[in-house]
Design a binder for this molecule. Sequence first.
Ligand code: MG
Length: 244
Amino acid sequence: MAERGIDSGKLKVGLDLKADLRRLGIMREALSIASKRPGLMIDPNEYWSPKQAVRYIRQIEKEFDLIWVEEPARRWDYDGLRLVSQQVRAAVATGENLHNLSQFYPLLANDAVDIINVWTGHSGVTGCRQVAHMAHAHGVPVTMMNAQANYMAHVAAALPNHTMMEVVDPGREHCLTFDNHVEDGYIILGESPGFGIEVDEKKLEALQQNPPTGRGKFPFPRREGAGRYIVPPTPGEVPWRQGE
Ligand SMILES: [Mg+2]
């Protein structure tokens, strides 16, 4: 990522503070080839209660400056998210798990969110644009999610308040090819019609015959217990703790 000029990174956190501090340090160092001051973000995927979030984030902020913390409390909990926003230095982001305009209104009306994560999950491209524009009216920036610099990059480019885009493993292509690429930390859009996506039927067929295994079909699973406040990590989730 850093070799492609990407100078900010987001890390899943929340189970083990000591390990998270170490991992953040590794990410910052890796990104330092792209920037003297890499941007760092964390995402506990709703693992904490608002108070737990404040305590945990403040510990991290003793060592790291964070751009944002994503879903530090439940995705729709405007009281909890506002509490976190007011109690930590980092911006609070949420939105990737909300689905339409009306679910965002309470967050904006209650000053509960500093950055909104948008994508096509908000009722498609139309809904995504509606959410972004409503955020723009409130002076809140948006960031495009869950797309490896592919089908949403064109939409992101058309949003007036878009800041930066989540890019997952650029250069890795399975059965789709996208007419855009990452260069010097920016996404360069191609000129192909539509979103510039092409499906390689042969690769798709091969994937269907031999589907991905391991952590599940979805590569970024939300852990059991997320959003239910403090479900202790299983030994499998923190193997380094065994024997402590
Ligand atoms: Mg997230």
